[in-house]
Design a protein. Structure first.
Ligand code: C2O
Ligand code: CU
Ligand code: CU
Length: 495
């Protein structure tokens, strides 16, 4: 990284803390030497840690989630103190049918404020986990809402102001699966053939501890880990049969983007994205997934020889100066039993209409480049590194006002930006209309409903959406959680 840029960043970060901002940033700078951190390298293990499979709870019967400290083994043979919504890291998976009512009693047993945001669910403002919804230590909140949306792989995580990155990193997150009749009719692989794959990178020290103390460079690029975990276990394996598997993949990392593929399996099939099923199956050889995004994929292991070891890996990619330099293995599948497969990959999946761009009543433009290496700005003019349209998050200020039932186009412009920004909107699902610059195309997994879209350096991405009849104040932000916590988030209001 260029030194001039670093000096500006560290200067503005210090100013930010002095103005009453994030105190952990100050701790991070003061406790550790302010050296220029080189991109952290990934450590690959022996893939001898059995894949953890979260238990599944029925969301319609009334459940309780406690955010608390637990001790569990993330690295084989070592104990780590983590956070979780159950008795270890992460959470049981919540499963409900579309149309059902959900009643979740949340208790905050942490020593700091928390709350739960239901990422991808379209629910009332008071239930959405806006950062102003603060659940103080020791108290409870009852999240009650009706699932009025299609089947999909949604998820949940804390969203307290300035603490989201830390709490998610330490283990607070879970999958929220919605099923419906359209999806059920496809007879997709289920039970042992349907696996959650929550990918997260953690910085784990030799004693097993997970510290979260971002230095200025971590705030600038995001907090990267050197251990790639799946479902809370580092270097895991899973024994599988010669069948077609459904993997519900969630990038639950704070900042890391993965370009996923499989060894021994040249193509796999994307059937769903953030907002549920695609219209038609997309055959791909790799899949780039940024923090917050989900992909529902079918992988055909049916004709692979017994004993074969298959790795899910992340390939190197052009991710500017902060990401993509390394390729590494994520987890191992071992073909351990031969059975007959009768299911075949469906081609048509779902019917929904593509929102015509002519139906948009307004286009909003957001500069997200945050080109802090340029000649302007610097320590004296800005309190935060990452902004949207030149603004940093203000809990009270309404930045955009939209009308329920109307369609708009929003444009995120990262043309001149050095960083990757997965942009996420609460309270609405959108379709990706165009991407110019950078990768220059709409990717296969972006052909359906989305709530998070990656804007790589050099890219301008247009999305289109119709705001639901669900009035209230919601946030939209970068899902790089260090960017979000350092201010790359705004409020919008549906009226
Ligand atoms: Cu998963 Cu406001 O985010
Ligand atoms: Cu969200
Ligand atoms: Cu960002």
């Amino acid at each position: 990284m260029d030194r001039k840029r670093f000096l500006k960043i560290s200067g503005s970060a210090t100013l930010f803390t002095l103005t009453g901002g994030i105190t952990w940033l100050l701790e991070g700078c003061m406790k550790k030497s302010m050296k220029i951190a080189k991109a952290i390298s990934v450590r690959t293990g022996n893939f001898d840690n059995p894949l953890r499979l979260p238990s599944i709870v029925d969301g319609s019967i009334g459940i309780s989630l406690k955010a608390k400290k637990n001790t569990t083994s993330v690295i084989k043979g070592k104990n780590s103190v983590v956070l979780g919504y159950g008795d270890s890291i992460l959470s049981p998976t919540i499963k409900v049918n579309s149309g059902q009512n959900v009643n979740i009693d949340f208790k905050n047993q942490l020593e700091e404020i928390s709350n739960i945001h239901w990422h991808g669910l379209i629910i009332p403002e008071s239930m959405d986990g806006h950062p102003q919804n603060k659940i103080v230590p020791g108290s409870s909140f009852s999240y009650q809402f009706t699932i009025n949306q299609r089947a999909g792989t949604y998820w949940f995580h804390p969203h307290p102001h300035l603490l989201t990155g830390k709490q998610v990193y330490k283990g607070l997150a879970g999958m929220f699966i919605v099923n419906d009749v359209e999806e059920t009719a496809l007879g997709l692989p289920s039970g042992e053939f349907e696996l959650p794959v929550i990918i997260q990178d953690k910085r784990i020290y030799s004693d097993g501890s997970l510290n979260y103390s971002p230095e200025p460079t971590d705030v600038m690029n995001g907090y990267f880990g050197d251990h790639i975990c799946v479902n809370g276990s580092w270097s895991p394996y899973h024994n599988i049969k010669t069948k077609i598997y459904r993997l519900r993949i969630l990038n639950g990392s704070n900042a890391r983007v993965y370009d996923l593929s499989f060894t021994n399996v040249s193509n796999f099939y994307i059937i769903g994205s953030d907002g549920g099923l695609l219209a038609a199956t997309q055959t791909v050889s790799s899949l780039m997934l940024s923090p917050g995004e989900r992909a529902d994929v079918l992988v055909d292991f049916s004709s692979i020889a017994l004993g074969t070891e298959i790795y899910l890996q992340s390939n190197s990619f052009n991710g500017g100066e902060s990401q993509g330099q390394e390729s590494f293995k994520v987890m191992k599948f071992i073909i351990s039993e031969q059975v007959a497969e009768t299911f075949s990959i469906p081609t048509a999946l779902s019917t929904f209409t593509l929102i015509p761009s002519t139906s948009s009543v307004k286009t909003r433009y957001f500069e997200i480049a945050n080109d802090h290496s340029g000649g302007h700005g610097g320590a004296s003019s800005s309190a935060s590194i990452h902004k949207i349209g030149g603004k940093s998050f203000d809990m009270e200020r309404i930045d955009e006002t939209v009308t329920a039932g109307t369609t708009e186009i929003w444009e995120f412009d990262n043309s001149n930006g050095p960083d990757l920004h997965p942009m996420h909107l609460h309270g609405v699902h959108f379709q990706v209309l165009s991407r110019t610059g950078g990768r220059g195309v709409i990717l296969p997994h972006e052909s359906g409903w989305k709530d998070t879209v990656l804007c790589m350096p050099g890219e301008k991405v247009k999305i289109i959406m119709t705001f639901p009849n669900n009035p209230g104040k919601f946030v939209f932000h970068c899902h790089n959680l260090e960017h979000e916590d350092s201010g790359m988030m705004l409020n919008y209001k549906i009226t």
